[in-house]
Design a protein around this ligand. Structure first.
Ligand SMILES: Nc1ncnc2c1ncn2[C@@H]1O[C@H](COP(=O)(O)OP(=O)(O)OP(=O)(O)O)[C@@H](O)[C@H]1O
Length: 271
């Protein structure tokens, strides 16, 4: 039986003046599923993710539909969108340092995210939720490090902190825009493992955005390949990885430095 999608994007178009950044794309994500959106720089991946969060600049002209739990986000009043953002749909970015406030302790920042959606909780309840989220992402010694500032953590730890902030309100959908691109390969593998675990343990659905098809194949169930604002190929990750159909996908695979793996092995054993 087909599951009702959590997110369904239909014929989404985004224009900035006479430039079309996203040119009529459609895809859907079922609850608990991960869709990888892959393409070169400038192909329209980030514009797509910001469109879903409704965080694009006012100059952007959008058409089509973005249905989340069957409500069209493009028509949702800003007040409702604000309550949905960070609670039902959360986002993590490539560069955790710029996404974190440098003058606020990491515990306080995550606490703010909790209070924004749960004003009814008292101080110790908020703190308990923050500590639970930091434990969840396996940040070492969260109680002692609660009051530390972002610069006191490594890049990988900062990404864990951002993930904790994203999942602290238990969203149904996580948008991860190049979440491991700024990290070295070992740390990248650990963060991918963490995302897979969150998905398995909490049924978190994910829109995973990357220029790297090999990285994406390690976390995604389905992959959509974007070029010049269009989706040129969509397939289950394992199939896309073994039998890319579109010449652009074939070029992406050939260009990826991490692709020298045995493509006959099941994906679960890669990486
Ligand atoms: N605010 C904006 N005003 C005008 N054009 C924009 C704006 N934001 C994005 N664009 C354009 O939209 C296109 C798609 O950009 P987007 O950032 O989505 O690409 P991307 O695939 O995410 O690439 P990258 O990985 O480099 O971020 C680009 O041509 C970009 O210049």
């Amino acid at each position: 039986m087909l599951q009702v999608p959590l997110l369904q994007v239909d014929d989404l178009r985004v224009r900035f003046g006479d430039h079309t950044a996203v040119d009529g794309i459609s895809f859907s994500i079922a609850p608990g599923e991960t869709l990888g959106l892959v393409g070169e720089s400038g192909s329209g991946k980030s514009v797509t993710s910001f469109a879903v969060m409704r965080l694009l600049a006012p100059a952007a002209r959008l058409s089509g539909a973005i249905r989340f739990r069957e409500q069209n986000l493009l028509r949702l009043p800003e007040k409702k969108m604000r309550s949905l953002r960070g609670r039902e749909i959360a986002m993590i970015f490539q560069e955790p340092m710029t996404a974190l406030n440098p003058v606020l302790s990491v515990g306080e920042q995550i606490a703010e995210a909790v209070r924004a959606h749960h004003p009814e909780l008292n101080r110790s309840e908020v703190r308990d939720r923050v500590l639970a989220a930091l434990n969840e992402v396996a940040l070492p010694d969260p109680t002692r490090r609660y009051a530390d500032y972002p610069h006191q953590f490594s890049g990988g730890q900062r990404q864990r902190i951002l993930i904790a902030m994203a999942v602290v309100n238990q969203p149904a959908l996580l948008i991860a825009d190049e979440p491991t691109t700024a990290l070295d390969v070992t740390v990248q593998a650990q963060i991918l493992k963490l995302l897979r675990r969150l998905r398995e343990e909490h049924g978190l659905a994910m829109l995973f955005i990357s220029h790297d098809l090999a990285v994406t194949a390690q976390v995604a169930d389905h992959v959509a390949v974007m070029q010049h604002g269009r989706i040129v190929e969509q397939a289950p990750a394992a199939l896309m990885f073994r039998q890319p159909q579109h010449p652009y996908t074939q070029r992406l695979l050939a260009a990826a430095p991490t692709m020298h793996t045995d493509r006959t092995r099941p994906l679960a054993t890669l990486g």
